[in-house]
Write a protein that binds this ligand. Structure first.
Ligand SMILES: Cc1ncc(COP(=O)(O)O)c(C=O)c1O
Length: 369
C-alpha cells in the first residue's frame, strides 16, 4: 500500500519549462508574440499541416473552427457523446444543434454507420473525437461529404492509417491543457491545410491593430489568443515529446500485462494500423465479471491512495443536454458506467505504475471472488 497519494495525471514539467517561462518574462512578451509564432511553426511541422494557429484553449480551438466554417443557427453538427462536454458546448455556442451519434463498442470512438444514419440536409459539420489517443475511423466520415472538424485533444502524436493527425480534415483541434501530452497549462492549436479556414481563425481569435489609426474590423472576433508565457512551456514540452512517449509506452505495457489477468477488466481497443498517442489508459469494468461496479473500483482504488478519472460520462446524459436533446446511444450509455482511466504520466515512475497495478490486483481479488 502506498504512503502518499498517486496523482492521476500530474504534469511532467521541470527546469526546462521553468527556465523558458523566466526567459519569456524577461523578454517583455507577456501576450502573443514570437514564442507563439515559433510554437505554430514547430507544431505545423510535427502535425504535418500547412497552417497551425495557437489559441487560448482546446475549447476555443473547436469553437473558432466551427465559426470559421460558418456553422450557426439552424445547422446541425454530429458529434460523439463520449467526450469532454466542451465538444458539444461549442456547437451550442454557435447556435447550432448537437446531434449525438453512438460509439463503437471496442474503442468508444464515434460509429460512422450511426453518423451516416443521422445526416440530414441540415448537417453542417461532423465533429469526431480521437478518444484516449486512438484515431477514430475518418474515411467513412469524410465520405459523407460534410466538413469534418477533428477533436484531437488527446491525439497530438496520433496517426491514422499512416497519415499524421493534423492536416487530414477541414480542421483539427488540439488542447494544451495541463494533463495533455503537450501541456502548457492552458492552450489550444488549430491545424488545417485550408488557407480560408486559417485566415478566418486568424481574424476571429484576436483583434489586431494596424499602424496608428489604420485598423478596421471585418468580423466581431473573440479574445482567444495564446500568451507567449504559455507558448514557451509548450515549446519546452515539444522537446520532450519523444522521451515522454517512451515512458508512456512502458506504462501502457505494464498496464496491459496486469489487466490481461483480471477477469472483467478490459482496456479500450487499439488499432495496430494507427499510431496511438497513449494519452489515457482507459479500462472498462464489467460489474458482473469483475465483481463490482466502476464506482466501487474507483472508491476502492482511492482508498489505496491511487487516483483515477472517468473519460467520459455520455454528454447527452448530463442535465443540460438531457433536458433538451433526445439521443439513441445505448453503447455510449453502457460505456459511461464502465470506463475508468488509470494513472498515466511521464512524471510517474515505473514503481508508481506498479503501485497502481498492485492496488488494482488487490481490489480485484477482493471484489471478484
Ligand atoms: C476530448 C476533449 N475535447 C476538448 C477538450 C477541451 O480542451 P481544453 O480544456 O483545452 O479547453 C478536452 C479537454 O480538456 C478534451 O478531453
Amino acid at each position: 500500500m502506498r504512503k502518499t497519494r498517486l496523482g492521476f495525471q500530474p504534469p511532467a514539467v521541470g527546469d526546462e519549462e521553468i527556465a523558458a517561462v523566466a526567459e519569456t518574462l524577461r523578454s517583455g512578451w507577456l501576450t502573443t508574440g514570437p514564442r507563439a509564432a515559433e510554437l505554430e511553426a514547430r507544431a505545423a511541422e510535427l502535425l504535418e499541416a500547412e497552417h497551425v494557429l495557437a489559441v487560448a484553449s482546446g475549447t476555443a480551438a473547436l469553437h473558432l473552427a466551427l465559426v470559421a466554417l460558418d456553422v450557426g443557427i439552424g445547422d446541425e453538427v454530429i458529434t460523439t457523446p463520449i467526450t469532454w462536454p466542451a465538444t458539444a458546448n461549442v456547437i451550442v455556442h454557435t447556435g447550432a444543434t448537437p446531434v449525438f451519434a453512438d460509439v463503437r463498442d471496442d474503442d468508444l470512438n464515434i460509429d460512422p454507420a450511426h453518423v451516416a444514419e443521422l445526416v440530414t440536409e441540415k448537417t453542417r459539420a461532423i465533429m469526431p473525437v480521437h478518444l484516449a489517443g486512438q484515431p477514430c475511423d475518418l474515411e467513412p466520415l469524410w465520405a459523407l461529404g460534410a466538413p469534418v472538424i477533428e477533436d484531437a485533444a488527446h491525439a497530438f502524436e496520433s496517426a491514422y492509417r499512416g497519415a499524421k493527425i493534423g492536416g487530414l480534415s477541414d480542421a483539427t483541434c488540439f488542447s494544451l491543457y495541463a494533463t495533455k501530452n503537450v501541456a502548457a497549462g492552458e492552450g489550444g492549436l488549430i491545424a488545417t491545410n485550408r488557407a480560408d479556414v486559417a485566415e478566418a481563425v486568424r481574424e476571429l481569435r484576436l483583434m489586431r491593430r494596424g499602424d496608428g489609426s489604420l485598423y478596421d474590423l471585418t468580423v466581431p472576433g473573440y479574445k482567444a489568443n495564446l500568451s507567449d508565457v504559455l507558448a514557451a512551456i509548450a515549446l519546452a514540452q515539444l522537446d520532450k515529446l519523444e522521451r515522454h512517449r517512451g515512458l508512456r509506452e512502458r506504462q501502457f505495457a505494464l498496464y496491459d500485462e496486469a489487466v490481461a489477468e483480471l477477469e472483467g477488466i478490459t482496456p479500450l481497443a487499439r488499432d495496430t494500423r494507427d499510431v496511438h498517442a497513449l494519452h489515457l489508459y482507459v479500462v472498462r469494468i464489467d460489474a458482473e465479471r469483475a465483481g463490482a461496479s466502476r464506482d466501487d473500483y474507483q472508491r476502492a482504488l482511492s482508498d489505496e491512495l491511487v487516483s483515477t478519472s472517468i473519460h467520459f460520462l455520455p454528454v447527452h446524459r448530463l442535465a443540460w443536454y438531457r433536458e433538451r436533446f433526445a439521443a439513441e446511444c445505448p453503447v455510449a450509455e453502457r460505456a459511461g458506467d464502465e470506463v475508468l482511466s488509470l494513472p498515466l504520466s511521464p512524471a510517474h515512475s515505473e514503481d508508481d505504475i506498479r503501485d497502481a497495478t498492485d492496488a488494482l490486483r488487490r481490489v480485484h481479488a477482493r471484489f471478484a471472488t
